[in-house]
Design a protein around this ligand. Structure first.
Ligand code: G6P
Length: 311
């Protein structure tokens, strides 16, 4: 029996969820993908939140029970009547009828906060950029797109910090992949815009055999590195790709990921798909990045693996 495959992308505000979601949808073909943003399940509008003194990050500020019900419905291929929260006005709009496509990407703040919700996903990604980078992304987005001043954004971040710590960050433990884009150590302020990526690969899902990387990379000095580490106390594999990796190195890594996934072979051929690794985030800025391309590709690999198993 065929059912939609559900990918979760969870992380704090302005962690890069929408950028990654759009990139993956591009790789899978937007017509095959339904994107759900769990901000739509906020319980209170912006004004009410300010009056009550609650942040959007608090579980009590969200209809997590309804979100969970909707995830279960989507997982079995059924339609939902989804609420709509407008980031432009800070108010709710008329609900929309959503029928799931072959793939459903669920992005948001609290997607892994309950057991029943977690059980709905086939693949769970958690985005964890360093806080300094997240702050600069949030300032940029909220001043350019959401009508806030820099001071307001910084004050809001400070106000939200206890909830980030208590409710958002612990969700990292439930993810299959933790994605952290970070500036290279010789460019902390990221002036040239080439972020590296660190991918924590938990053994909760079957990853491609990355040990073959060692065939084409001298592992310590290379722009692509594979290693072992601990994440939240548990042993994990870690794959790192630097922003300055060459196209040749990236191609080799992509072919390794694609080798047992015929659909992806076409996708990672840049002549066929020049859009891979190129994506516009919510600030509207277009980023062309190999670390992003690899992250998109690996996540897509997992979605397709789940498809082979469950469809
Ligand atoms: C952050 C989060 C959003 C959330 C919003 C609510 O910006 O990234 O996901 O919906 O907070 O706050 P708002 O600015 O709309 O009042």
């Amino acid at each position: 029996m065929s059912r939609p495959i559900i990918l979760g992308i969870v992380g704090d505000s302005a962690a890069g969820k929408t950028t990654l979601t759009r990139g993956i949808a591009q790789v899978l073909g937007p017509e095959n993908v339904t994107i759900i943003c769990t901000d739509d399940y906020h319980k209170y509008d912006r004004k009410q939140r300010a009056e009550i003194g609650i942040t959007a990050l608090h579980p009590d500020c969200n209809h997590l029970d309804i979100m969970q019900q909707h995830l279960s419905l989507l997982r079995t291929g059924q339609p939902i009547l989804k609420p709509v929260y407008s980031h432009t006005t800070g108010t709710f709009e008329a609900p929309v009828y959503v029928k799931p496509n072959k793939f459903v990407i669920v992005e948001g703040l609290l997607g892994y906060s309950t057991r029943a919700a977690r059980d709905c996903y086939d693949v769970k990604v958690y985005l964890a950029p360093p806080e300094s980078i997240r702050t600069s992304w949030k300032v940029k987005r909220d001043t350019q797109k959401r009508g806030y001043t820099e001071e307001q954004v910084l004050a809001e971040l400070e106000k939200r910090e206890p909830d980030s710590e208590q409710f958002i960050r612990p969700q990292r433990q439930w993810s299959d992949i933790v994605v952290s884009f970070y500036p290279p150590s010789d460019d902390i302020n990221n002036t040239n815009g080439h972020l590296n990526v660190r991918l924590v690969l938990r053994p909760t899902i079957p990853h491609p055999d990355f040990t073959k990387i060692l065939d084409f990379c001298d592992n310590t000095m290379s722009a692509i590195r594979l290693g072992l580490d601990r994440d939240m106390g548990k042993p994990v594999d870690v794959l790192e790709v630097d922003g300055h990796a060459t196209l040749e190195q990236v191609n080799k890594l992509e072919h390794l990921i694609c080798s047992d996934m015929p659909y992806l072979k076409n996708v990672c051929n840049r002549e066929v798909n020049p859009e891979i690794g190129k994506v516009a985030g919510t600030t509207g800025e277009t980023i062309q990045s190999y670390p992003l391309a690899i992250t998109q590709l690996l996540t897509t690999y997992h979605i397709l693996k789940a498809t082979q198993i469950y469809q």
